[in-house]
Design a protein around this ligand. Structure first.
Ligand code: E4P
Length: 216
């Protein structure tokens, strides 16, 4: 499973990139607005210059014609940009047109197996089931990831499954076990994935023992 970082925070992306474990980045309008930056194009271009892998940037219009127009502009920002399109009827229409133009689409806001299948059939390169938001309303978000992975495997779809709306480190474990190709995680969750108290205790003990030995 690959790990993408789900953020528009440049410093977090730089720090995560140094770890050598990040293959891509996903952003959305809410994440960009959290950074207080209205210059979406500049933010995405900066991220693309740090991370050579896929960087998802979302359209913010509703009609298929407008999505296609905006997506083409976004795709021209950098060679590694992937355009995020919502799983709506207009989104499917836009995705099928964009796929024919070889523009990569990440079908976002995906909350059902049917939406994911339609996204794949329309030619999306990625579908993003939103695990946390489904859990929030009492549904089984990771169950959806599992179902999409199984169905895509069975029918040999090329579309990659991104477990999105990840809220904690256990979601990453479950996404890996479910066979998600990618989990896109907030920086906080990436740090949670690294941490284990026994590692910290072990490092402190080794250092203490080494220190005592050097003082003898
Ligand atoms: C992924 O592409 C989305 O940007 C993100 O995972 C949404 O997460 P949220 O439900 O925590 O907003």
């Amino acid at each position: 499973m690959q790990i993408f970082l789900d953020t528009a925070n440049i410093e977090q992306i730089r720090q995560a990139a140094r770890l050598g474990v990040i293959s891509g980045v996903t952003t959305n309008p809410s994440l960009v607005s959290q950074e207080g930056r209205a210059d979406y194009e500049a933010v995405v271009k900066e991220i693309c210059s740090i991370i050579p892998g896929p960087v998802s940037a979302e359209v913010v219009v509703e009609k298929a014609k407008d999505m296609i127009e905006q997506a083409q502009k976004i795709a021209a920002w950098a060679p590694n940009v992937v355009v995020k399109i919502p799983a709506t009827a207009a989104g499917l229409e836009a995705t099928s047109t964009l796929a024919k133009k070889k523009i990569k689409v990440n079908m976002t806001l995906c909350f059902s197996l049917n939406q994911a299948i339609l996204g794949a059939l329309a030619g999306a390169s990625y579908v993003s089931p939103f695990v946390g938001r489904l859990d929030d309303i009492g549904e089984d978000g990771m169950g959806l990831v599992r179902d999409i992975v199984d169905v895509f495997d069975y029918y040999e779809f090329d579309t990659r499954v991104i477990a999105a709306s990840i809220r904690h480190a256990q979601h990453c474990v479950s996404a890996a076990l479910a066979g998600a190709h990618i989990a896109t995680v907030p920086y906080k969750v990436l740090t949670q994935m690294i941490q284990h108290p026994l590692t910290d205790i072990g490092v402190a003990r080794f250092q203490g023992d080494w220190q005592r030995l050097s003082e003898q």
